[in-house]
Design a protein around this ligand. Structure first.
Ligand SMILES: Cc1cc2nc3c(=O)[nH]c(=O)nc-3n(C[C@H](O)[C@H](O)[C@H](O)COP(=O)(O)OP(=O)(O)OC[C@H]3O[C@@H](n4cnc5c(N)ncnc54)[C@H](O)[C@@H]3O)c2cc1C
Length: 506
């Protein structure tokens, strides 16, 4: 960063967050020949959600041959779906191999940033009080980073051990304990079957059930690993196969027509057959059968979730929770469940994009204020009034089915080209035209109505105003196509003052 605030010369880039998004951004900047960037990561290590979610059973829901970077696709995964520790190792390998580690500044939590239009720089403030300046600011803080807790009376009163699944207490001995699990989403699906092996009893509080389909996971055999090693093209072929298969399945959520109906039929059949086979008790089946279409909320992938729910060691409670007492959980019908520990599998504050950072753009406009009724951005990447600011995994870029890494790479490639444009054309700033952003979001909202995301269930895809603010409304391939090359006409481009340009060429 320019230490003396000589902002006119400042060509540095500040990336916030060192998860897979930050790594992706760093890689594509380097590939574009840009080295003057720093990744500010608040933790002491990289990896993002794969560093944070260490709960038993944590693993990917997308086959790893697709859930990996296109520039690092040949990794010896042990299983079809990488486990948390493997994904974290993979992220570390990517950082090392591509010389990204030296760009990291760990233990630096960004509290906010303010755009100085006169100087054309972002002034970035950290939690420790320090400030740096950067010509370009990129947020890579993810959508699923801040644990969400329910608002239940008495939560502080509980005298036993209580924690969120993203902050797993590995020192706690569950042996012989009765454990309340609150939530039945994608994380609970992974840790409950594992927890059941340790705890004496689980009381699971489910607000609404989700559709669960089988996870076709297995270990790669030694022979397969040898083949993959000898013929890396097999990785690439498998990646393509998975990509198009998932695009087909995604059509059940985002499209209409024959293909979509066919995909919906496949998903429905998988879910219903799994339920029939794994849950023999008709009353329990009723409790576990959603009243909304597959894909309305995140589809669960597991072969051992439904058997865990049917286990005699697990009590499924569908009655709403009234309060948490010092020794347990009480439901609205007055039933008290005494427990030793509570695990909150209640997901993340996904609708609160970029929180708790406070970003101020042109004329001191607050991003939080602008997004009061729900976040929106052009292509999920740029926001009018916030020049030289870009996002990865921003509004409407999550997927109901697909690899987020694919989306992160599309965004990073796009942003790297924007940075090139800024630098090569000696621009002071670029900001998306308000009208371009408005038209794009009108399209997103209109297409939203045809997706399953807005078909009436309670899910984390839906923001404060009842709209889907989180998910992309099309196919991954469409998103990739639309972000291939930034269109300069979408942006207001402001050149650097003449004297600065002259000084550069002198
Ligand atoms: C349990 C779990 C399982 C998942 N499984 C899948 C899956 O199977 N397939 C899939 O496609 N996606 C999955 N996801 C989604 C996942 O979030 C993305 O795939 C991807 O890892 C997001 O990377 P990211 O870098 O954008 O965000 P994150 O991984 O959230 O990284 C953000 C980083 O920013 C840092 N940070 C945040 N705020 C600040 C700040 N103010 N200052 C400095 N640093 C900050 C954080 O410490 C973190 O390291 C899963 C998510 C979770 C939580």
């Amino acid at each position: 960063m320019a230490p003396d605030g000589s902002a006119k010369q400042n060509r540095t880039i500040a990336i916030i967050g060192g998860g897979l998004g930050g790594l992706s951004m760093a890689y594509y900047l380097k590939r574009a020949g840009i080295e003057s960037f720093t990744i500010f990561e608040k933790a002491a290590d990289l990896g993002g959600v794969w560093r944070e979610n260490t709960y038993p059973g944590a693993a990917c829901d997308i086959p790893s041959h697709l859930y990996s970077f296109s520039f690092e696709p040949h990794y010896p995964w042990s299983c079809r779906y990488g486990k948390q520790s493997e994904i974290l190792d993979y992220a570390r390998l990517v950082a090392q191999k591509h010389d990204l580690l030296r760009h990291f500044s760990f233990g630096k939590e960004v509290a906010g940033a303010q755009y100085d239009a006169e100087q054309g720089v972002w002034r970035v403030q950290f939690g420790d009080g320090s400030v740096v300046e950067a010509a370009v600011l990129v947020s890579a803080v993810g959508q699923l980073h801040r644990p969400a807790f329910p608002d239940i009376p008495g939560m502080q009163r509980f005298a036993g051990r209580a924690f969120h699944s993203a902050r797993w207490d590995h020192g706690y001995d569950f042996g012989g304990k009765t454990v309340a699990v609150i939530g039945s989403g994608a994380s609970a699906v992974q840790f409950v079957p594992e927890l059941l092996k340790q705890a004496q009893r689980i009381v699971l509080f489910q607000r609404s059930p989700g559709w669960c389909i089988p996870k076709f996971d297995r270990k790669f055999s030694a022979f397969e690993r040898m083949l993959l090693r000898r013929f890396p093209v097999l990785y690439d072929l498998d990646r393509r196969r998975i990509f198009w298969l998932i695009e087909f399945l995604a059509s059940s959520m985002i499209a209409r027509g024959l293909l979509s109906r066919l995909a919906d039929g496949v998903m429905q059949s998988l879910a219903r057959v799994l339920m029939r086979v794994q849950v023999r008790d008709a009353a329990l089946r009723r409790k576990l059968t959603p009243d909304f279409p597959v894909g309305c909320k995140r589809t669960l992938l597991s072969n051992d979730w439904l058997p865990a729910l049917a286990s005699p060691k697990l009590t499924l409670v569908t009655e709403a929770i009234a309060e948490i007492t010092s020794d347990g959980v009480q439901t609205r019908d007055g039933t008290r469940y005494a427990v030793d520990a509570i695990v909150y599998g209640t997901g993340f504050a996904a609708a609160q994009f970029l929180a708790p950072m406070e970003l101020k753009g042109l004329n001191g406009q607050s991003l939080r204020e602008r997004w009061r009724d729900g976040a929106e951005a052009y292509l999920g990447v740029s926001v009018a009034g916030f020049p030289n600011f870009f996002m990865l995994y921003g509004p409407n870029t999550n997927l109901g089915a697909g690899s987020i890494i694919y989306m992160l790479e599309a965004q990073a490639r796009y942003i790297a080209q924007c940075v090139q444009l800024l630098q090569q054309q000696d621009l002071r700033s670029m900001q998306v035209h308000e009208a371009v952003q408005r038209d794009f979001n009108r399209e997103v909202q209109q297409r939203n109505r045809g997706t399953t995301y807005e078909s009436g269930c309670h899910s984390w895809y839906i923001g404060l105003d009842g709209r889907n603010t989180n998910n992309w409304v099309g196919y991954m391939s469409e998103y990739g196509r639309r972000l291939r090359v930034p269109n300069p006409d979408d942006y207001q481009l402001i050149p650097l003052p003449l004297e600065v340009r002259a000084a550069r060429t002198a």
